[in-house]
Structures are given as structure tokens and as C-alpha cells.
Design a protein around this ligand. Sequence first.
Ligand SMILES: Nc1ncnc2c1ncn2[C@@H]1O[C@H](COP(=O)(O)OP(=O)(O)OP(=O)(O)O)[C@@H](O)[C@H]1O
Length: 364
Amino acid sequence: MIEVDVGLKLGTFDLEVAFSNGGGVIALFGQSGSGKSLTLSLIAGLMRPDRGRIALDGEVLVDVERGVFVPMHRRRIGLVFQDSNLFPHLSVKQNLLFGRWFAPRREREIDFDKVIETLGIGSLFARRPAGLSGGERQRVAIGRALLSCPKLLLFDEPLAALDMQRKLEILPLIEQVRDEFRVPIVYVSHAIEEVVRLATTIVVIDAGRVKAVGSPGEVFGQVAAHVAEERFDRASVLTMRVVGANAAYGLTELKHPSGTVWLAGPAGPIGGVARVIVKATDVTLATKPPHDLSIRSVLSGTIEGIEKEGPLAMVAIALDGDGRLFATATRHALDELRLDCGVRVFALIKTSALDERQISSPRS
Ligand SMILES: Nc1ncnc2c1ncn2[C@@H]1O[C@H](COP(=O)(O)OP(=O)(O)OP(=O)(O)O)[C@@H](O)[C@H]1O
């Protein structure tokens, strides 16, 4: 259990954040410069807050009022950054063992071989970090952090420097770390696909303040207040069943009570359940079922809310059966189609807008 309630003033920037998490992944999500990395630095012990308290599993790491500050190396916290920060003069194996060295012998519960196998890094032992690809470096960095048998793992934009293919390789590994090694994680990112896929709880940070806390569905299910600014961050999380596949075209068919969504790529076994993340900007609205269009993914529902700002609008749709879907539209389109609360609509989703990253298996 991580408990954070701290304040820090740096120049003109004022950070005041409070949140706690019992386990799983807590994601700090927000725009660049909102204070996510500063919050991680305070948890890691890289910086001291001006006020407040941080506790991990009941142990107080920082209590400004009582003069408590546990130094970084005694916090038992593993760090993974965007650039892996491996020691360039050490081999991969030495880097991994360095992480191990920090764990007190009797607390080395995490099995070395299991970590190496999970991350697929056994063949890299003799190599130096400079000779590794970006994805390999991040896998070794995750291994090093995990092998220190931390009480908490901190990830700061670990995928930001990687291309899409590498991201798709590493995301499932982070999920495995979450599920198999059961180390609580605080994960910083401004990529909505990553936080929705990984997080149990999302803390939205905006200009140094906590703006929202909740599950992915709760946090991204709120109606946008600032349409223009938030439209690229707005997404819906829908629970669907995997019902079939079109192997010839590499497509997976997902069913929701309101319709069908096709995914370009795999989504787990047929019969399984998947969470699908649909960005509001990838949804088009129609008042009739579409004909003669290339769109194959269509969900039906009723408009339950509209927020307008400038030329744009954010439309919230109560899908038939269950769930809420957001769609962006221009105000011009709303007027032409006479879209208003209570109107039945068909939401068209571009299949190519959804990839494996937008799909995850819900955790128990
Ligand atoms: N040492 C410092 N002195 C003064 N201001 C700082 C210092 N470190 C960070 N800041 C400011 O604090 C704010 C929050 O920075 P932070 O790195 O936490 O943002 P972030 O949300 O992690 O952004 P990004 O996603 O770009 O990394 C920024 O405005 C930054 O300029």
C-alpha cells in the first residue's frame, strides 16, 4: 500500500497531490509538465517535499513535520525510466546482479531465473548496454529493477522512446510483471492506451493537482468539460466478448450488446472477454445504419449528453445494453444531423484505429 500526501513548490510550479493504492498498478496520467515525474521523484526519494507524508506498506518514508526522510537506497523501490539508465561499463548480467545486490539476502523472494525467462533476456547476458536495441535495454532495466525485490516499482514513461512494435512487445511483459510477481507499480505516462491497459487505478494530474481518481472506466467515462483541449485524451472503455476471427484478413470479431467491433490483430481466445479502448476522435456518428461504407464496426445507442466548445462538441452515447461511448463531432455536424439528447445514433469506429494496444484482458 502506497500512501502519498505531499506538497512541493519549485519556482512557479506548485505541486499538491494526495492518493493511495492498495495494489496493482496506479497510473499517474496527465499532460506534459503536469507534475507526474516530480511526484515519482518524491516517492523514490530523489527529491524532498516541502510538506506531507509518504508511506509504503505502513512504513513512513517521508514525514516532513516529524523530520523523517528515508534515503533513496533504503526505500526498496525499483525504478524504470524512459532511457533505461543501465551502467554502460557493466555487462547485462552484471547490471542485473547489481539490482539483486540491493535486496537483503533473506528478502530475495523474486526468483532470478523466472525474471530472466519472463523478460526473455538470458541470451543477452554477455552484452553491454550500448549494443542492445531500445526494447532490449528496457527489458533489462525492468529485470534489474525487479531483481532488487522491491516493495514498489516506479515506471516513468518506460515506453515513450520505443517504436510501436517494441511497445507492443514490452506492454505484455509489464502486464506479466504486474500479474506474476505481484509487485505494486506506480506508472507514469501520458499515453492513454498504456494507462487504460495497465492500470487498476488512474490518478489524473493537471497543473500540479489531482483532478480525478478512479478506475479507467470511471476516469475516462466522465463528460469532458474542455472539449477542444481534451478531445485527444478522451476515450471510452468497453467490455466485449471475443466471438470470432477472420484468419484470411487477420481480423478479430468482438461483440457488444450494441453491435460488433472488428480489431486488426489478435484479442485473446474466442469466448474470452476483452476491454476495448475507443478514442473519441476515432468515432463518427450516423443517424441510420450505414450502407455502402467501408466501416465494419458499428455500435448503436442513444445520446445522453453533449458538451459544446467553439467549433467542436463531445457527444456521450449510452450504448444499447451497457457502457458509454464518447465521440467528437463538429457543432456544424450536430446541427445538420439534428443530434441532441435522446436521439438514436450509430457510432462508426474505424477498424484500423484499433490495434492490440487498445485491447486488454480485464484482471480479476
Ligand atoms: N528542479 C526544478 N526546478 C523548477 N521547476 C521544475 C524543476 N523540476 C521540474 N520543474 C517543473 O515542474 C513542472 C512539472 O514537471 P514534471 O517533470 O513533473 O512534469 P511531467 O508531468 O512529468 O511532464 P512530462 O510528461 O513532460 O515528463 C514543470 O513545469 C517543470 O518545469
